[in-house]
Design a protein around this ligand. Sequence first.
Ligand code: ATP
Ligand code: MG
Length: 411
Amino acid sequence: MQGVAAIPTGVSELDRVLAGGLVPGSVTLLGGEPGIGKSTLVLQALASRAAAGSRVLLASAEESAHQVRRRADRLGDIPGELLVLPVTSVAAIEAAVDDTRPELVVVDSIQSVVAGDGVAARSAASGSVARVRECAELLVAMAKRTDVPTVLVGHVTKDGSLAGPRALEHLVDTVLSFEGDRHHALRLLRAVKHRFGPTGEIGLFQMGAAGLAPVDDPARLLLGDRRPGAPGGTVVAVLEGRRTLVAELQALVVRSTTQQPRRAAVGLDLGRLAMTLAVLQRHTDLPVRMVDVFTSVVGGIRAAEPAADLAVALAVSSAITGVPVPADLVAVGEVGLTGEVRQVADLPRRLDESARCGFTRAIVPRSAPPGPDGMHVVRVDSVGQALAHLDLVALVPSAGARGTCPGTLLA
Ligand SMILES: Nc1ncnc2c1ncn2[C@@H]1O[C@H](COP(=O)(O)OP(=O)(O)OP(=O)(O)O)[C@@H](O)[C@H]1O
Ligand SMILES: [Mg+2]
């Protein structure tokens, strides 16, 4: 099917991720956690095609036509060529597709449809892997037979373990993952698998009263409410596909009351956090073992890559000592187990975006290439050097009595 023109959905960020649009006869699985905005996204794509004069079909197995209408009202005018079919049976969906020959069909969701329309079809446990797979196979066959691009919506839980979407990945042409924190406005759309284009692109959306709007400048959303000068905050530049996100990483420490201090991470890799804390414990005099450490990446994004290690180390050290990290500084670097700061992928891209966001200083690995014009780049070999440069620790490396840092926590 390579070479066949894709049909743009008209939702720019979705088309960016799809490398143009939906290919005729292709099947796309849109997975995401409950409430993340899957139905909103597909409805916007359908509405956009309908507005362009195409006949499109929404098979709504979860919501009644009335509920779909209410969402549509929130999104604005929905033109007449959007057909809403509130059915749960694949047979009925196939009949409607054969009947109306739409340009695009969306099934919302794959977990709530059944293969036939008889009672026997409903006997398998609702949402069971076998049933979901059976329905998906029928819908894939339908797409190939009719050449109608088909989008299947699928619910995924945080660990991706819910019956369904994961088991379908090999059946479909494209797997899109819609991610973000339900409690934040930013949403990321990424292609986990794409038979018709690269998978590096991500789409950024902001959920609002009028639905999902494309986000051109994520920094405004991610750095908007920052409190510069507050101890425990550091800025880091992370890569998401081909986009660079400059975001704040925060740490809070409190004196631990247990033998095993707590370590919590939101948007960070807990294993990497534990490693970075172990490095701080071993290579500095910060009393890491005495404190519970809570870390979070603001805005609901993930900074699980090693490039965030240095920023984690700085944020935790800042939280312990009470010394703020300078507000105009961005930190990028992997921290190795011997305390060394290591090179990371695409550093120039990260620094360019940081400079664009107004950051004028960067702390980076020794071997880093030159930074962008106007940015003062501080190169460090080790975490200890980085902390010393920023006055985040009194004794680096360990040379004298332990626990003598001048921080507010231990004062
Ligand atoms: N008026 C509104 N203003 C802002 N955001 C809204 C509004 N109404 C709904 N939302 C957002 O839309 C989300 C629901 O979107 P949607 O129904 O598309 O998600 P979904 O992934 O299809 O969920 P489900 O798993 O229930 O099918 C809500 O969690 C909320 O964040
Ligand atoms: Mg939904």
